[in-house]
Design a protein around this ligand. Structure first.
Ligand SMILES: Cc1cc2nc3c(=O)[nH]c(=O)nc-3n(C[C@H](O)[C@H](O)[C@H](O)COP(=O)(O)OP(=O)(O)OC[C@H]3O[C@@H](n4cnc5c(N)ncnc54)[C@H](O)[C@@H]3O)c2cc1C
Length: 368
């Protein structure tokens, strides 16, 4: 996607001081539409009724539904995977569908509930053969949860920024190394869609007037910083005895993340002194808290050793012969970039693998 004028100016300024900003891969259908103007705004967290965003509904599900043997069950939550008596195969998926209990049977079961909920489903599916949770002989189900060290940083520039959609470039100059004092990876910086006064409101005392927030927002340049968080078995998803889900997480690798913020500030300060766009050097930064599970991954890590991993290299559970997982829970480490492309690439890889193994895989459905 091309940059809007203020973002292009920032891109050029960063290049002038020796950084290597590059266009960010953005999943937008066709880039530009002919039948109506392309209106991109802060769409990240919302369903996109214009179907411009290349999300799974537009790119995957709609196309899959064109096949007569594909059914999409909405309002349906998987509650338990039931195995055969010896525990080697899942024979039934129990669900609540439109408030009614039902179950499905299939030769192969593919789990993709996201890193938290896939673990939860396995933990809730414990039985005599799998007393600590399904496919959990390693004790690793739910462990090694990662979600990145993510921060928002807003630089308040003297020049107004009337950009509609600013998320069009990224900087990886500090991805692999910091500096002579900290020669380790720091992470990734990218632009964000544009902030506004409403977003700031919940972050400041109530006495701060709306017009002040609007002024700040209209001059804000918005950045998203991501550093790798490392797998730690104690960072984990659990199901409590009363059925509630608990997420335990102690952040790690914060020195590199703080240095990444510092590197960005230094770069912006250099631009400020060169071309005087940021004379007041105002930066607002906020680290995304535990509730920010957007980049959740890990929890069912893949690997060759059944003692230390839940899935094999083809994302089949080591313990159950017909159960695969293709969401972000297979990640053994989190890297420092947004996860979706890796999740999709791996799902396509496993799809090819399964296609080789099976000619048909018929689902039978029976309401109980
Ligand atoms: C606001 C926001 C912005 C983001 N922006 C980006 C970005 O710009 N780039 C990027 O790469 N990534 C981005 N991400 C992250 C990306 O969306 C996730 O990494 C990705 O969607 C995870 O894919 P997944 O298949 O693991 O899980 P999900 O996409 O979460 O899919 C899991 C699905 O399983 C369903 N489910 C859960 N439990 C059950 C159950 N028991 N029964 C039935 N269904 C169930 C859920 O409803 C959901 O539909 C963003 C995330 C958020 C929240």
């Amino acid at each position: 996607m091309s940059h809007e004028p203020r973002i292009q100016e920032l891109f050029d300024d960063l290049k002038k001081i020796g950084l290597k900003p590059f266009p960010l891969p953005i999943g937008v259908k066709n880039g530009v539409r002919e039948d109506r103007p392309l209106v991109l705004d802060r769409f990240d967290g919302y369903p996109d009724p214009t179907e411009t965003k290349a999300d799974s509904h537009v790119i995957g599900i709609k196309k899959a539904l064109e096949f007569p043997n594909v059914t999409l069950k909405t309002n349906t939550m998987a509650t338990k995977l039931v195995t055969t008596s010896e525990g080697r195969r899942v024979e039934r998926v129990e669900v609540i569908s439109d408030n009614k209990k039902a179950h499905f049977e299939a030769q192969t079961i593919i789990l993709a509930c996201g890193a938290v909920c896939s673990s939860v489903l396995l933990l809730r599916s414990k039985n005599g053969q799998h007393p600590d949770g399904l496919a959990n002989s390693s004790g690793m189900v739910g462990r090694n949860y990662m979600c990145h060290n993510n921060s928002l940083m807003i630089a308040v520039s003297k020049k107004p920024n009337n950009t509609k959609f600013g998320k069009t470039f990224a900087i990886n100059d500090f991805y692999f190394t910091g500096d002579e004092h900290f020669p380790y990876p720091l992470g990734h910086i990218q632009m964000l869609a544009k902030s506004d006064a409403a977003m700031f409101k919940s972050e400041v005392p109530r006495i701060v007037p709306e017009f002040a927030l609007e002024k700040v927002a209209s001059h804000a340049l918005d950045f998203w910083l991501t550093s790798e968080d490392l797998p730690n078995p104690e960072n984990r998803v659990r199901v409590l005895s009363d059925g509630r889900i608990q997420l335990n997480y102690t952040p790690n690798n914060l020195v590199g993340h703080d240095l990444l913020k510092e590197k960005l500030k230094q770069a912006l300060n250099r631009i400020a002194s060169n071309v005087s766009i940021l004379p007041k050097h105002i930066y607002l930064a906020k680290k995304i808290p535990l509730a920010g599970t957007a980049h959740q991954c890990g929890t069912l890590r893949f690997g060759k050793d059944p003692k230390t991993s839940v899935l094999d290299v083809n994302c089949k559970t080591h313990d159950v012969d017909n159960l695969y997982v293709v969401d972000s829970s297979f990640f053994p480490s989190s890297s420092a970039v947004n996860p979706a492309l890796t999740i999709m690439a791996n799902a396509l890889r496993i799809g090819d693998h399964l296609k080789e193994i099976f000619q048909t895989n018929e689902f039978k459905r029976e309401i109980v």
